[in-house]
Design a protein around this ligand. Structure first.
Ligand code: PEP
Ligand code: MN
Length: 341
């Protein structure tokens, strides 16, 4: 529910309104639009305050909360938000590229990829230490050893680290090593995990579930933000459709639609959409052209021997070549381009 205040409502009245709402046990989000303030009343059962609020001095009208995800909606927060990871800003003018293997496999592997993607202009290193695998017999990740290797790769290259959290009990451990915590497609609606990740302050990369609508993705982000963490990056990674020619169908429409509905940054994962490396570059370019704030791409020194997602992982030279094309395209669409070191 939103209380629309009178134009030029005095500060004292505004403070009384906020105090009243908070005193009733609800969260408040105030946003300013030129000379008018909107007070979002957040929490289950907020409607019961409607009559009392409507009668308070300074309140012009009460509106139902139009989108059910008030904290992440652009309506409540018209300006795009930026997620800062040290000196990297996601959601600003610069196009941010995150690259690395699906899974951390060994020191040699992660160092080789990290050196190569840093040289090619990536700003962050990806690599799973805890992997959500369809089969219980598949490689599940190196766990803490993988996290330590990622931290060593960060020391070596300066690349910030993005890695997945699959379980509630691992959040604190992963957050000790990671700069960004990834919530994977399979966990996008693991609501307890979303709330718990929202209770800490490490930025979150939230991937769209393979059967999730745009609205469900935004509601998942709302869980994280409602729990207290506003540093969220959304990721479109392809959804399951009837089409079998690709592993998933990259929903390119989701980027402009998300940009319309939310102030959060949006990136594209062409690798998990494509399922095979040959078509990753055109999908990555489509992502840039359609307005994504960045890309997350799987890269491996020897993809055919990769323990997971080898088929869709790019070789190091192919990644460098793609980055050259991305740089040209980023320039054409007025984005700051990835820089090589
Ligand atoms: C991954 O990034 O390796 C991964 C498992 O992605 P998703 O959750 O999108 O399938
Ligand atoms: Mn993968």
């Amino acid at each position: 529910m939103i209380a629309v205040l009178e134009k030029g409502c005095p500060l004292k009245q505004k403070a009384d309104i906020v105090r009243f709402v908070e005193g009733a046990g609800f969260r408040v989000q105030v946003s300013e639009h030129s000379d008018q303030s909107l007070v979002g009343v957040i929490g289950p059962g907020a409607e019961r305050l409607a009559d009392e609020l409507a009668a308070m001095p300074g309140v012009r009208e009460i509106r139902p909360m139009a989108p059910p995800y008030p904290l992440v909606s652009r309506e409540q927060h018209p300006e795009s938000s930026r997620v800062k990871i040290d000196d990297i800003t996601v959601g600003g003018n610069d196009l941010i590229v995150i690259a690395g293997p699906c899974a951390v496999e060994s020191r040699e592997q992660i160092f080789e990829v990290a050196d190569a993607v840093a040289a090619a202009g990536a700003s962050m290193l990806r690599g799973g230490a805890f992997k959500p695998r369809s089969s219980p017999y598949s490689f599940q990740g190196l766990g803490q050893e993988g996290l330590e290797l990622l931290a060593e790769a960060r020391e070596r290259t300066g690349l910030r680290v993005v890695t997945e959290v699959v379980a509630l009990e691992d959040i604190a451990l992963v957050a000790r090593f990671a700069d960004v915590l990834q919530i994977g497609a399979r966990n996008m609606q693991n609501f307890r995990l979303l709330s718990a990740i929202g209770e800490q302050q490490t930025p979150v990369l939230l991937k769209r579930g393979m059967m999730a609508t745009v609205e469900e993705l935004l509601l998942a982000a709302e869980y994280v933000m409602a729990a207290g963490n506003p540093r969220i990056i959304l990721c479109e990674r392809g959804i399951r459709t009837f089409e079998k020619a690709t592993r998933n169908t990259l929903d390119i429409c989701a980027v402009p639609v998300l940009k319309e509905r939310t102030h959060l940054p949006v990136i594209i994962d062409p690798s998990h959409a494509a399922g095979r490396r040959e078509i990753v570059p055109p999908l990555a370019k489509a992502g840039v052209a359609v307005g994504a704030d960045g890309l997350i791409v799987e890269v491996h020194p020897d993809p055919d021997t990769a323990v997971s997602d080898g088929r869709q992982s790019m070789t190091l030279p192919a990644f460098a070549e793609m980055m050259d094309e991305i740089r040209t395209l980023a320039q054409a669409v007025g984005r700051g381009t990835p820089v090589t070191v």
